[in-house]
Write a new protein. Structure first.
Lengths: 117, 110
């Protein structure tokens, strides 16, 4: 069964460093997302991406964050200068298409646990 | 924005018991999904259920969209069912972001 994959599974970085989290969405999916979950809290939406541009972003997704689809398979989240509060589990997700009136099922990757020291 | 509330926040069961988890949401939704977050932090898709009832083994879910709630039933619980259960909804706004509830933490003891 196709699945979303993410690398690395765990990343440790120093405050102020740049990190790139990588995702390979399910191959025929057209919508891509990043979510994050601070330890012990609920999962929060960061950004959605469709047709090579951002569809929607949350207040969390400030200028320190960027997303890119550098080729036909990868989808990346870059944090330019990490802060302690960026420590969280980051999930990538993808969905097949915009299926109105119903939304489409989103499939989540296993997550990347980011620790900022 | 939409409010998604789950109850109970914590639940402790003996193995073999049944349980019902509830998700209330404050506005019309296009999509509702249930997830199980395992001890390793992975989010496992359980159900995509904007409306109606679905069953998968010992789990079943019902969403009554007109009354803005969804229920997840776990029957004959096993220790491997332990973890956090999240519901997540997509609002009827034209965007596809999921808004997650605060979760129900389930512990099934042997």
């Amino acid at each position: 069964e196709p699945e979303v994959t993410q690398t690395p599974s765990h990343q440790v970085t120093q405050m102020g460093q740049e990190v790139i989290l990588r995702c390979v969405p399910i191959s025929n999916h057209l919508y891509f997302y990043w979510y994050r979950q601070i330890l012990g809290q609920k999962v929060e939406f960061l950004v959605s991406f469709y047709n090579n541009e951002i569809s929607e972003k949350s207040e969390i997704f400030d200028d320190q964050f960027s997303v890119e689809r550098p080729d036909g398979s990868n989808f990346t989240l870059k944090i330019r200068s990490t802060k302690l509060e960026d420590s969280a589990m980051y999930f990538c997700a993808s969905s097949e298409r915009v299926g109105r009136p119903r939304g489409d099922e989103q499939f989540f990757g296993p997550g990347t646990r980011l620790t900022v020291l | 924005g939409i409010q998604v509330e789950q109850s109970p926040p914590d639940l402790i069961l003996q193995e073999g018991a049944n349980s019902t988890l509830r998700c209330n949401f404050s506005d019309s939704v296009n999509n509702l999904q249930w997830f199980h977050q395992n001890p390793w932090g992975q989010l496992i898709n359980l159900f995509y259920i904007p409306s109606g009832t679905k069953q998968n083994g010992r789990l079943s879910a019902t969403t009554v969209a007109t009354e803005r709630y969804s229920l997840l039933y776990i029957s004959s619980s096993q220790t491997t069912d332990s973890g956090v259960y999240f519901c997540a909804v997509e609002m009827n706004t034209g965007f596809q972001k999921l808004v997650f509830g605060t979760g129900t933490r389930l512990l099934v003891s042997p």
